[in-house]
Design a protein around this ligand. Structure first.
Ligand code: TXA
Ligand code: MG
Length: 349
């Protein structure tokens, strides 16, 4: 299959391009499109065969459920039943935006969207291209991140092409995404609302609306993964081995990173790091360095995390060093993605 890469204006999407992509979706085909978080790989969420193509293209297990994207609030009722009041209050504040709700699934939604579960994930994205596409498609669109399963999520059309060329008919290209990390996934089906995946909306922001929101991250190995979708440890992984360093004393951590880097380099390995500007200035002697941005600019760091991991992979390095940057704000999501990129290999200093 030939993959067509079509540019779209991110602020004022060309209607004729949107119409073409929407027609493909309505025909049961796949379209990769930008959202404000990461690029998504879309299919008609009400068409089980179309959803099946997503799993095939991404090489993703059927047990990992997919988010349904909508353009208007009324569409929630097409997808979900018993929608709790908390969903309405949170939607008022955070939709359209990087927040996904897990709700009780309506019987009209194919089982393929969340195999073996009676729930459905729903999100209203804010990106103008995503919004126009969802409106024109006139159906909810199921879309996981547009990367091969376990690879870092795609924040540019080039990343999508890297993973999915020849496997999907069309990619809408609007340049890099603005948030760079996926949406926060919030389960509203249990007695206590619970964050399953930290993301673009911080815990602090959620708790300002609903104070009782829980978050107790649990990570599982690949073998256990089918019971806890999305919590698999190997995820967002570059090809290189990743080591994540953490500790309260920054200098101590940097010294340890320098030691490991030196001994690994001595053993003939290409050692790289993905660092804040300040850390990059402090840590020398690396084979390759990608910068995340200034330490105080979490938004910029978030935008650069996945693209940085992919860029270092392109240098064919053997080892990538990362440092914990705290857990407040977007920090919780950054830590989650770094931990999974490292497949749990954390060095406490
Ligand atoms: O920002 C995002 O959320 C992006 C853009 C494209 O919207 N999408 C995305 O999808 O990251 P994906 O499939 O890569 O991640 C969705 C996460 C997974 O961890 C999945 O297990 C979880 O949401 N999820 C989806 N449906 C679920 C359900 N019914 N119950 C529990 N978890 C669910
Ligand atoms: Mg994903």
């Amino acid at each position: 299959m030939q993959t067509k890469l079509v540019s779209v204006n991110p602020q004022n999407p060309e209607p004729e391009v949107i119409a073409l992509a929407a027609a493909l979706l309505r025909e049961g085909e796949l379209v990769a499109f930008p959202t404000e978080t990461v690029y998504g790989l879309g299919a008609n969420a009400l068409d089980a065969d179309a959803l099946g193509k997503i799993f095939a293209a991404k090489q993703r297990p059927r047990s990992d459920p997919i988010i349904a994207h909508i353009a208007a609030l009324e569409q929630v009722d097409e997808l979900a039943i018993d929608v709790p009041d908390a969903a309405c209050r949170l939607a008022e504040t955070f939709w359209p935006g990087p927040l996904t709700f897990i709700l009780r699934r309506a019987s009209s939604v194919p089982d393929a969207i969340a195999e073996g579960r009676d729930t459905v994930a729903v999100r209203m994205p804010a990106h103008p291209v995503a919004r126009d596409l969802l409106k024109a498609a006139r159906v909810p669109v199921g879309a996981p991140s547009a990367n091969t399963f376990t690879r870092p999520s795609a924040t540019t059309a080039a990343h999508v092409l890297e993973d999915l060329a020849g496997r999907i008919p069309m990619i809408l290209d609007s340049g890099p995404t603005t948030i760079g990390l996926e949406s926060t996934v919030l389960d509203l089906t249990a007695a206590q609302p619970r964050v399953l995946r930290p993301g673009g909306v911080s815990l602090e922001a959620l708790r300002a609306v609903i104070p009782a929101i829980e978050f107790s991250p649990a990570y599982v190995s690949e073998r256990e993964g089918s019971q806890s979708p999305g919590q698999m440890l190997k995820h967002y992984s570059p090809r290189a081995r990743v080591l994540l360093f953490r500790g309260d004393d920054r200098q101590l951590v940097l010294d340890r990173m320098a030691e490991v880097s030196a001994s690994e380099a001595k053993a003939g390995r290409r050692v790289a790091a993905l660092l804040t500007d300040e850390d990059a200035a402090a840590l020398g002697g690396l084979y390759a360095v990608e910068r995340l941005g200034p330490a105080r600019d979490q938004d910029q760091i978030a935008r650069h995390l996945f693209s940085g991991l992919r860029a270092l992979d392109a240098h064919a390095v053997d080892l990538i060093l990362l440092r914990d940057l705290g857990r407040t704000g977007l920090g919780a999501a950054l830590w989650d993605r770094m931990l999974r990129a490292a497949e749990g290999e954390v060095i406490n200093c």
